[in-house]
Design a protein. Sequence first.
Length: 165
Amino acid sequence: MTIKRVLFIASIIIFTAFRPAFAGDNAKQIQGIWQLVSYNIEVKATGEKFPPMGAHPSGYTIFTPEGRTWFMLTGDDRKPATTTEEKAKLLDTMVAYAGAYRIEGDKWITSVQVAWNPAWVGTEQARQFKIEGDKLQVLTPWRVMPNWADKGETRSIITFERFKQ
């Protein structure tokens, strides 16, 4: 056996034994409907964690095999609004966007085409994720969120469970 062949075989063995989850693996695993289990925010400056949408928020995210995603979270205890002020306040208890997504290693990146916050339209939103069994754990990058900008840089820690009818 030539040295080239030995190196080639060795690299194949190392590659397959120690490779991270690649886009193909994660893309297949993430497809489907996921229901929100928990949603917390971590404040970078202080380490404080809080549930911005209350103890029992609701939400879903959906990933289609065609590469489309839809993401929506709403706070608990939302009430129908009648005044302009009440309607505006409802935006503080909601996060929603949709668009095309792609998987890059342990991240999903959404090319946002519609969003509750118009500033997100036309942007790419990246989310780190990990799937363990029927749980999807999501971590956003540090950023200033419009819903709680007074906290400075924060990140979301979100857990979903595969939806079962």
